[in-house]
Design a protein around this ligand. Structure first.
Ligand code: F6P
Length: 536
């Protein structure tokens, strides 16, 4: 079964009423869902039927998914364009056996670094390690992309567990970011973590140097108040960060998959090593499920197949991630990098042009906020946008449980509304009840029609604990992996970010006014001329 054949098999499927599918099968919600631990993934509010689902599942065997999956877990160099293994799963392999790369077991190093992180994090939290002015009140993490988005997302998500120093994240090279952050801090009681896999990223290194100057000028001591997280130990040393403050990891951890290891250090300092361990255990539990469950019961696989169905079969260009969980406010940004940097490719692993669309645009905001912003288009726009809802059965504020009930009701209402819609006769009836008639009734009614039949999925979990967060993040990582395997692409490189970086380097001296823009295109040259005219 190729994707093309699947399109033929699925012809007309998107027009059939999802509600009718429920009428034909009393058990649909159970049949079209997957669970693991306490997580439930409901994909019954889609147009999938068992025939199409079977055909989608067949894709997994045809793509040798089982072999590819084991190749990833066992350290084969599946990132072929960079010649690297893909082993972020080893970072959460707390009880697992050896994992070999090039014949060497990587687990002793992984566990040793984890233990050093635990000790350091607890020393910072407990005041055993201090700055020039006393115990650390604040931690600033300087990093970008995967060295920022994961820890930022997790710090927000786990705020009920945050009992360590205050955390701040600086990513943008825009001086506004670091200026606004440092302005409020005491340079003698601030710990700076420079997080960069390569330790060459221009934004991070520029911000790190600015932070170091700020600390020195303010009476702090960079020699004892800086730590680094990187794979490039020669570069951290050249920057002047002492060896005992460097937490290394290997090149087989992709930036966007790195929150599980040293890149998660700020999170560990915030919530403590026990809570961080629980996060790792959640990820590990999802790994165990992913490796063992049959395709049809396998949550990451089914999440991926629903993704393939909506994007590659039905052609929907984007999908919305809609957590009804305020603390997941950076989850969509995190998934944007995870999914779009991984599967936004138009060349297959063998170099041939991809015959099907690449991964979709991923975007979103927490509910209920999004309802008052962009849901209008999701309900009545001309494009169908599959929605991925997420919600906890209970919140962290028992005294505010009435808020949580409202949150839940809104989340469930949205997926129901997308599916059910409102027909023209129903809209007419409502207008008639308001006393309208004739042409005006007809005109007003048409604006109040909801086509309905818009697909969505819901991931529901008991409560947003560190363990559950680990499950959710690993679930989406494996979803991206499965989609990548089915598309035949390399989900673990990111060559698409290189050209812009190269051109930014060549534009540096031009923007500085040291070189002429005459070799640039007319638009770029005119924009540079504007900048030169308008700056002091
Ligand atoms: O430019 C993209 C990228 O390479 C991401 O893949 C990565 O997460 C980010 O930059 C930051 O890279 P580093 O951790 O090496 O500073």
């Amino acid at each position: 079964m190729k994707l093309d054949n699947l399109r033929t098999l699925a012809a007309g499927a998107q027009d059939r009423a999802i509600l009718d599918l429920f009428e034909h099968s009393a058990d649909r919600a159970r049949i079209f869902s997957a669970s693991t631990g306490d997580l439930l993934f409901d994909y019954s509010k889609t147009q999938l039927d068992t025939t199409i689902r079977d055909a989608l599942i067949q894709l997994c065997d045809e793509a040798d998914l089982a072999d590819r999956r084991e190749a990833m877990f066992s350290g084969t160099k599946i990132n072929e364009t960079e010649g690297r293994a893909v082993l972020h799963t080893a970072l959460r392999n707390l009880d697992g056996g050896p994992v070999e790369v090039d014949g060497l077991d990587v687990m002793p190093d992984v566990l040793d670094t984890l233990q050093r992180m635990r000790v350091f994090a607890e020393e910072v939290r407990g005041g055993a390690v201090i700055g020039a002015g006393g115990s650390f009140t604040d931690v600033v993490n300087i990093g970008i992309g995967g060295s920022d988005l994961g820890p930022v997302m997790a710090t927000h998500a786990l705020s009920p567990y945050h009992d360590g120093p205050r955390l701040h994240y600086v990513s943008n090279v825009d001086g506004a970011h670091i200026a606004d952050t440092l302005r409020q801090l005491d340079p003698t009681r601030t710990l700076v973590i420079v997080a960069s896999k390569t330790f060459t990223t221009i934004e991070t290194m520029t911000n790190a140097r600015t932070a170091r100057a700020w600390m020195t000028e303010g009476g702090g001591d960079p020699a004892t108040q800086f730590a680094a997280v990187s794979t490039a130990l020669d570069k951290t040393q050249a920057f002047g960060i002492p060896e005992n403050r460097v937490f290394g990891f290997a090149d087989w951890v992709g930036g966007r998959y790195s929150v599980w290891g040293p890149v998660g250090l700020p999170v560990m300092i915030a919530v403590g090593s026990n809570a961080f361990d629980a996060f790792l255990r959640g990820g590990q539990a999802m790994d165990v499920h992913f490796r063992a469950a049959d395709w049809g019961e396998n949550m990451p696989v089914m999440l991926a197949l629903v993704g393939i169905w909506h994007r590659q079969v039905l052609g929907h260009a984007s999908r919305a991630v809609l957590p009804y969980d305020q603390r997941l406010l950076r989850l969509a940004a995190y998934f944007q990098q995870l999914e779009m940097e991984s599967n936004g490719k138009s060349v297959a692993m063998d170099g041939a042009a991809l015959a099907v669309p690449s991964g979709p645009v991923v975007w979103g905001e927490p509910g209920t906020n999004g309802q008052h912003a962009f849901y209008q288009l999701i309900h009545q726009g001309t494009d169908v946008i599959p929605c991925e809802f997420m919600v906890a059965a209970e919140g962290h504020e028992p005294e505010l449980s009435h808020h949580h009930r409202l949150l839940l009701a809104n989340c469930l209402a949205q997926s129901e509304a997308l599916m059910r819609g409102r027909s023209l006769p129903e809209a007419r009836q409502r207008m008639a009840a308001k006393g309208l008639e004739g042409a005006e009734l007809e005109r007003q009614a048409r604006h109040r029609v909801f086509s309905g039949n818009r697909p969505s999925t819901t991931l529901i979990y008991p409560k947003l604990t560190p363990f559950v967060l680990g499950q959710i993040i690993a679930l989406y990582e494996h979803r991206v992996f499965v989609e990548g395997v089915l598309l035949g692409i390399n989900s673990f490189d990111q060559w698409g970010v290189e050209l812009g970086k190269e051109l930014a380097t060549s534009l540096g001296p031009i923007v500085e006014g040291e070189e002429s823009a005459s070799e640039k295109d007319g638009s770029t040259a005119a924009l540079v001329a504007y900048v030169v005219r308008h700056r002091d």
